[in-house]
Ligand binder design. Structure first.
Ligand code: ATP
Length: 645
């Protein structure tokens, strides 16, 4: 078996790019609204000394409690005859400054404690975290009150108090993230390169934590303004005659019924300020969070959105196929750009057959396979055309409940990395039993017995004992066997295996392939096997579908494809594979890169890299031609028998 993978071809992933941060923020209308209001309020507050406003502290008893819209006093006056408009502008300035400063202080000290505790771990972590726990053990507002009581009332002391009570919030968050990061390989690599702990902490770890600090700050600042206002309201923050929003609210409280505008105006200002900061903060969080790739506020739903423009009335399941995917079109919509990841994919699988899907990275293999059971994340993914028949049922027309029943029962999945597929906190036995009980009405002990039999089936020695272990206690090969056992737990008709052996070493890979081959014959299950590796294809697949830029460009039996590839792309892919024992053989990397799937050419997507391309290849979309029974190619000038491209 040849070892090399098609991935030895130039890495040419057509990455679906994330729109830039400003555009993402603008896409979120609530965040944009919050930002505009916040900037407007901040500009007015900053410009306070230059605005033609009355002195906020000058009292005028003759003008006391004038209602809003009075001459010279647009928002009226308070109990001492001071202009409310002027006090609001100056008060907002103070509240913003205090909230911002308290956030910066809390973020600085909290993050520093979190970074050191998470990185140093052990005793340092224990000491720092117990200190933080002590602060957290007091109700925070009580603690803030106690601090101000000790330091004395005043705006600066209120600021310190609010900052101190918020330090644990940052420390806890940042410590958790640092703890995970410090055990990552890039930190080990930095250590091996001779960097000191301080350098590692600030050069390697901090940049990874920074987005979280910014996100936490942006969502905390509104809260800090509220807390400062709370202390001022109680008379512990800003002292007369200085105004901040909380102290203005406190003063207005006493005359709430006789002159409501005195408290309503600062109350509304706090609402507007905190709301705009929170909405903007949420927007910043969504932009900085890479998991929200599309920048939309929604989380992926449990099933890919089906958005077929028209019902595929002409599509019917073909003959003996257990799984028949026809003209599958799956797109990703990212900030106005459409990525056609699967652009009309046809795949069919007979019972007990293994179909290999090969192609360069980014050609749409995984997206096509994941679309079948609706596992492509939505948003941003959506299925916009085609059908996938499981027997007679079109999977894209079924209810969510029916899909849930079929997942793991009729169609199961085996993924590349078993460690991330298996739950780290449950034993193998628990996870297998759970998979069985999800689809069968049997007792837990019966399910446990089936789980033990499954482990025997996948050749795991001492199965009863292995049921009690956790995933991290097993080797990579063993873990993948467990995943295969799980995929077989409910006698699935179709197993979709997405590069299940890529993460394994050669010997274990051979064992897993041989196991899958035996099991599919024993159980008559069909396998859709995604791989980069023609060696793997020749070991297990009956037929092969070659994908390029979201389309199947050639299908045929493994023997036909490997011995006489018809599409120049297939021929080039095979030429990339080194053959053991033939060191002198020339390895031809495919020149150029695949096109971006958001900008596909009108004609053949491979034309720019193809030595046989002619003008007609670029003129119009190329349809599939059947060149022999069960053998088809999407090419106008296929490679002839014995021809070298
Ligand atoms: N969640 C996603 N959001 C946006 N684009 C995506 C997403 N998943 C995949 N894509 C894009 O869809 C296209 C096809 O990706 P896919 O993962 O199917 O390729 P592949 O052939 O399986 O590659 P590989 O072998 O590297 O896994 C790529 O351009 C990819 O960037």
């Amino acid at each position: 078996m040849t070892e090399a993978a098609v991935s030895s071809a130039p890495k040419a992933r057509t990455t679906a790019r994330r729109p830039d941060s400003i555009r993402l923020l603008l896409n979120n209308s609530l965040a944009t609204g919050g930002f505009i209001v916040l900037v407007a309020v901040a500009l007015v507050a900053l410009a306070a000394p230059f605005l033609p406003l009355a002195d906020p502290d000058v009292t005028a008893p003759a003008n006391r409690l004038m209602p809003p819209f009075s001459p010279d006093h647009f928002l009226g006056t308070d109990a001492l005859g001071r202009d409310i408009l002027s006090r609001i502008v100056w008060g907002t300035r103070v509240s913003l400054a205090v909230g911002l400063s308290a956030t910066v202080i809390a973020a600085f000290f909290g993050s520093l404690i979190g970074l050191v505790a998470g990185y140093a771990a052990g005793r340092v972590d224990s000491v720092l975290m117990r200190g933080i726990d002590m602060i957290m053990a007091f109700p925070y507002i009580l603690l803030a009150l106690a601090i101000v009581a000790v330091l004395g009332p005043g705006l600066l002391n209120a600021l310190y108090a609010i900052a101190v009570v918020n330090i644990p919030f940052f420390a806890r968050n940042i410590r958790g993230i640092t703890l995970g990061l410090s055990r990552r390989e890039f930190v080990d690599a930095a250590r091996l390169s001779g960097k000191s702990n301080v350098q590692i902490l600030f050069i390697e770890v901090l940049p990874n934590v920074l987005p979280v600090i910014i996100i936490t700050m942006s969502t905390t600042i509104g809260w800090m303004i509220l807390e400062t206002a709370g202390l001022s309201f109680l008379g512990l923050g800003a002292q007369p005659p200085q105004a901040d929003l909380g102290s203005m609210l406190g003063e207005g409280r006493k005359i709430l019924f006789t002159a409501p505008h005195v408290s309503v105006v600062p109350g509304l200002m706090i609402l507007v300020l905190v709301m705009s900061i929170n909405l903007f903060g949420d927007g910043v969080r969504d932009v900085l969070d890479p998991r929200l790739k599309s920048g939309v506020l929604t989380r992926p739903v449990a099933r890919t959105t089906i958005d077929r423009k028209e019902a595929p009335s002409g599509l019917k399941p073909r003959g003996d196929a257990v799984l028949d995917v026809q003209d599958l079109r799956t797109e990703f919509h990212l900030g106005g750009t459409v990525y056609k990841a699967a652009g009309g994919v046809d795949l069919h699988l007979a019972q007990g057959e293994c179909l290999g899907v090969v192609g360069e990275s980014g050609s749409g293999k995984s997206v096509s396979a994941m679309s079948i059971m609706g596992l492509v994340p939505s948003p941003p993914g959506r299925i916009v055309g085609g059908a996938a028949f499981l027997g007679d049922e079109d999977l894209f027309s079924l209810s969510d409940e029916r899909i849930r029943q079929l997942r793991g029962a009729d169609v199961s999945h085996v993924f590349q990395d078993p460690l991330s597929t298996l739950h780290p906190l449950f034993t193998i036995g628990d996870q297998l039993t759970e998979a069985i009980l999800a689809h069968r009405r049997i007792t837990r002990s019966q399910a446990r017995k089936i789980a033990e039999d499954l482990l025997k089936l996948v050749r795991i020695p001492n199965p009863a004992e292995r049921l009690k272990v956790y995933p991290h206690e097993l080797s990579g090969g063993m873990r993948q066997r467990i995943c295969i056992a799980m995929a077989l737990a409910n006698d699935a008709k179709v197993m979709i295996a997405d590069e299940p052996t890529t993460a394994l070493d050669v010997t274990v890979q051979a064992q897993i392939l041989s196991l899958m081959n035996t099991l599919r014959h024993e159980r008559n299950a069909a396998i859709l096997f995604i791989t980069h590796d023609f060696g793997v294809v020749s070991a297990i697949c009956d037929r092969v579908a070659v994908m390029y830029a979201g389309k199947v460009v050639e299908t045929g039996t493994t023997e036909e494809i490997l011995n006489s590839p018809a599409h120049p792309y297939t021929a080039k892919l095979i030429d990339c594979v080194p053959v053991l024992g033939e060191p002198e053989r020339r390895l031809d990397a495919i020149e150029g890169r695949p096109p971006m799937v958001n900008n596909l050419p009108q004609g053949c997507a491979f034309a720019d890299r193809c030595p046989k391309a002619q003008a007609d290849c670029r003129a119009a979309p190329i349809s599939v031609t059947e060149i022999a029974e069960g053998r088809s190619v999407r090419c106008l000038h296929p490679v002839k028998e014995g021809e070298h491209v």
